[in-house]
Design a protein around this ligand. Structure first.
Ligand SMILES: NC(=O)c1ccc[n+]([C@@H]2O[C@H](COP(=O)([O-])OP(=O)(O)OC[C@H]3O[C@@H](n4cnc5c(N)ncnc54)[C@H](O)[C@@H]3O)[C@@H](O)[C@H]2O)c1
Length: 352
């Protein structure tokens, strides 16, 4: 089996996790890098000894030696880059969110149907070692039917600015950036039920808050304080099987501190995922909280990315089906698009 020749499009902040994980995979040759900013691509090429540098992804995907690409660019470019790469016969790993909205997701799906190449979405939270353990517990039936899940990811001061807060490039604020991670993770653990109704709210009350002193926060690689995305989103999602999921996420909020949590509840047991894995069940009329012993019981960034990229590479080389393929992306974009629609109309969105 030859090495997979990989190219990375987008050499900004998050791309480092992709470069590192590919570098650590013995079946990969880092072969090309592309960024609109040539110097940024050049620095990665130097650091990772990559022979081909591009500023135009359309040129890069034409390279006949390239086997697979990672899309690590602004959200508004994911659809065009993914479609171009699939049409050029490349395997694609696309960062979350899949794209800007449901219609774009269907365009990518159409492109996947015309090729035998693999398409995977970078839902890194699914690839955490703790989630692999929990998924097996769920698949063995130990939690029974999962009927409720709840997630929160509230940043009190964390609007990254730049493209993240420019709706034309991001598609939205904390919902499409942070919410997509936790909604996808819980939906995956719930058995990927079909969405039935969505009722949601978004608020644009606080803006970027670049006025705040004495507290630092994560900023986009090309930071600017302009902002036209929501600061806060909440949603109640009901599924065809009767299960429900509640979520709230923020870029900024008058909260005492950052807050996050993710929990699922079944009729035989439950699990707390954030901040670390605890499995809850009942035995001999006693409630037991079990803490599985593992290297990474909480979400660990590099562990998640290494597992994700090893899985993608394995799928490309062996034909295995990826965890997090296009159908999952389409259903997630349906949910996210419905959340924004419900908030805008101030009405429940109902799917027939
Ligand atoms: N999985 C995660 O945990 C996670 C974390 C952060 C970001 N992300 C995702 O990764 C993607 C990139 O985020 P980031 O934080 O690295 O942003 P960033 O701004 O740091 O980097 C994006 C890079 O893409 C380049 N770019 C934009 N359009 C391009 C195009 N058409 N061709 C070539 N290069 C282009 C920009 O010049 C920039 O260098 C986003 O989709 C984001 O949602 C995922």
């Amino acid at each position: 089996m030859g090495k997979l020749k990989v190219g990375i499009i987008g050499a900004g902040s998050l791309s480092e996790a992709h470069f590192e994980a590919y570098k650590n995979n013995p079946n990969v040759e880092l072969f090309a890098v592309c960024d609109l900013i040539e110097d940024r691509a050049g620095k990665k090429a130097e650091k990772y000894n990559i022979p081909n540098i591009y500023t135009d992804y359309q040129e890069m995907v034409k390279n006949p030696e390239l086997d697979a690409i990672s899309v690590v660019t602004w959200n508004n470019t994911h659809k065009d880059i993914s479609v171009a790469a699939l049409e050029a016969g490349k395997h694609v790993l696309c960062e979350k969110p899949l794209c800007l909205n449901y219609d774009e997701a269907l365009e990518i799906k159409a492109a996947t149907e015309k090729t035998d190449k693999k398409f995977m979405i970078g839902y890194v939270r699914r690839h955490a070692s703790s989630i692999a353990v929990l998924k097996e517990v769920i698949d063995n039936g130990s939690l029974g039917d999962i009927y409720y899940a709840k997630a929160s990811n509230l940043r009190r001061l964390g609007n990254p600015g730049g493209w993240f807060s420019d709706k034309s490039r991001s598609g939205g604020g904390p919902l499409i950036d942070l919410g997509v991670h936790v909604i996808d993770l819980l939906w995956y653990l719930m058995g990927r039920p079909k969405v039935k109704t969505v009722s949601a709210n978004t608020y644009n009350k606080l803006g970027n808050r670049s006025n705040i002193k004495a507290l630092s926060f994560y900023k986009a690689a090309d930071y600017s304080p302009e902002n036209d995305v929501e600061d806060l989103a909440n949603a109640l999602i009901r599924f065809e099987n009767g299960a429900s999921l509640m979520v709230d996420v923020s870029f900024t909020l008058h909260a005492k501190n950052d807050q996050s949590g993710a929990v699922i509840f079944g009729d035989k047991g439950g699990a707390e995922i954030d901040p670390s894995l605890v499995i809850v069940h009942e035995k001999n009329n006693v409630i037991l909280n079990s803490t599985p012993q593992m290297d990474h019981p909480y979400f660990n960034f590099q562990d998640g990315f290494q597992n994700e990229i090893n899985h993608f590479v394995n799928c490309c080389l062996t034909g295995e089906q990826p965890i997090g393929g296009i159908d999952d992306g389409v259903e997630m974009m349906k949910i996210l698009t419905a959340i924004y629609e419900s908030a805008k109309k101030q009405q429940e969105v109902v799917f027939e």
